[in-house]
Each structure stands twice: as structure tokens, then as C-alpha cells.
Design a protein. Structure first.
Length: 138
């Protein structure tokens, strides 16, 4: 049996801590998604609460993806499915979309329609690589 160095032992301990923390976050995200799906599938929930619950699940997905606990494409796929369900039921309240709801309402509505730049009214940013290149002088 090979000897384990001190750094390998420390890495193993850190790995156990990370695994526990990541498992807790993943479980929380799954729970929020299930709650959002149940509220969207016609559970006994008020209209405004449906939107809030779905928004909370989307935020949890964003947080998990930003920390690297979930892959960003996995989080994006789950968010798209939730948003599609929300829009299908007409669950995006007009008042929240107009007020901005901390910027999330527009993002949810835009991602449902597929045009984020159109919904936010912002033009596409210029390409950084093209701007960085200098014209050749021949």
C-alpha cells in the first residue's frame, strides 16, 4: 500500500467537506425546483406566489451554477424548462415585469421569448476581439 503524503490527506479532508457542502446546495436546488413545478402544475398556490416561487428556484440555480456546483448548461436547461412552464400558464405578472423585480422579471420574460436583447432594450455589445485588432498598414 502506498504512503499518503500530508498534502494528499489534507486534500482528501477538503474533498469530503466540499462534497457535503455541494450535496446540500444541490439538494436545496432540487427542492426549490420541485416546489416551483408543483405550484405551476396547479397546486393550491396564489398567482403571485407562483411567480415568486419560480423566481426563487431560478435564483438558486444561478447561484449553484456560479459556484460551480452545477454546470452552467445544466442550470440553463432547468431554468428554461421552468420558465417555459411559467409562461405557458401566463404566470409572469405584468406589474412585476413593469417594475423590474430587481431585474429578474425582464430576464425571465426575455428568456421565455428567446430575445434577451430585444426585451431589455439594449443593443448587442461590440465585439471586443474585432475592436482590439489594429488595421494593417501596407
Amino acid at each position: 500500500m502506498a504512503k499518503r503524503t500530508a498534502s494528499a490527506k489534507k486534500q482528501a479532508r477538503a474533498s469530503v467537506r466540499r462534497t457535503l457542502r455541494n450535496r446540500a446546495v444541490r439538494s436545496e436546488v432540487k427542492t426549490k425546483i420541485v416546489k416551483a413545478r408543483r405550484s405551476l402544475s396547479g397546486g393550491p398556490v396564489a398567482e403571485s406566489d407562483r411567480y415568486a416561487i419560480a423566481l426563487e428556484a431560478i435564483r438558486a440555480l444561478d447561484r449553484a451554477a456560479s459556484k460551480g456546483i452545477l454546470h452552467r448548461n445544466n442550470a440553463a436547461r432547468r431554468k428554461a424548462r421552468l420558465t417555459r412552464q411559467l409562461v405557458k400558464l401566463g404566470g409572469v405578472p405584468a406589474a412585476a415585469a413593469a417594475a423590474g423585480a430587481r431585474g429578474q422579471a425582464k430576464k425571465v420574460a426575455a428568456s421565455a421569448k428567446g430575445g434577451a436583447a430585444v426585451a431589455t432594450g439594449k443593443a448587442k455589445a461590440p465585439d471586443k476581439k474585432a475592436a482590439a485588432k489594429k488595421p494593417s498598414s501596407k
